[in-house]
Design a protein around this ligand. Structure first.
Ligand SMILES: O=C(O)CCC(=O)C(=O)O
Length: 206
């Protein structure tokens, strides 16, 4: 398996920002988007004040508990009845992400990876809720974990691995979600908790 890493791939970068040049992939990574002190504050507040819960997901012919914890926030009109109302902290982060990206988001999924046993399997995000070619903005706090991408059909490209650090913003746009899958692997190393927020624009399902 070819595994490219971050530094092999970036094509342009200023002030901690990088974009990637691969077929069907539109990514912008901004390390240090949230400065360390502010990121520390959000990490501790989100870790302790979020109503984290496990959830069941279908896996082949079974239903299994996902290996991470989640919380879902947004406007109930579009994000559904299970969505919690925005908190002041999440609105602050949403505002920062919106000012940086020029986009607007109405929901956010929080993932908590408690240790190296927690992970997310290869997937792309469901199009029926977020539409085709969505922009998804991801913000990470805590433990750096590698975020892997693989093309769904062009296996000649190989996988790429992007480390997402404390305070990093990753914007996934264009055809990225249509043509690529992503994944956070498990790790045998000792790992501190990692929190990831993915801001999305969801639409009401009729
Ligand atoms: O934790 C991450 O960085 C990614 C989470 C993810 O893939 C998802 O919520 O769909």
């Amino acid at each position: 398996m070819t595994l490219f890493n971050d530094t092999d791939l970036f094509t342009s970068g200023t002030e901690g920002k990088k974009t990637y040049d691969l077929p069907d992939l539109e990514l912008m990574k901004y390390d240090g988007f949230i400065p360390k002190e502010e990121a520390d504050r959000h990490y501790h507040a989100l870790l302790h004040n979020t109503p984290w819960h496990e959830y069941q997901m279908p896996m082949y012919d079974k239903v299994v508990t996902a290996p991470r914890m989640i919380a879902w926030y947004g406007e109930q009109e579009e994000a559904g009845e299970s969505a919690l109302p925005w908190t002041r902290e999440l609105l602050e982060l949403r505002g920062k992400v919106e000012r940086e990206t020029g986009l607007s988001f109405n929901a956010v999924l929080l993932n908590l990876y408690r240790n190296g046993n927690d992970s997310v399997a290869w997937h792309s995000d469901k199009e029926h809720k977020i539409g085709r070619n969505p922009s998804i903005a991801s913000v990470t706090f805590g433990q750096t974990r590698p975020f892997r991408f693989r093309h769904k059909t062009n296996k000649a490209i190989g996988q790429i691995e992007i480390p997402l650090h404390h305070g990093t913003l990753l914007l996934m746009s264009g055809t990225t979600n249509t043509y690529w899958e992503h994944h956070i692997p498990k790790s045998a190393k000792e790992m501190l908790p990692r929190i990831n927020l993915t801001f999305r624009r969801v639409r009401k399902l009729s």
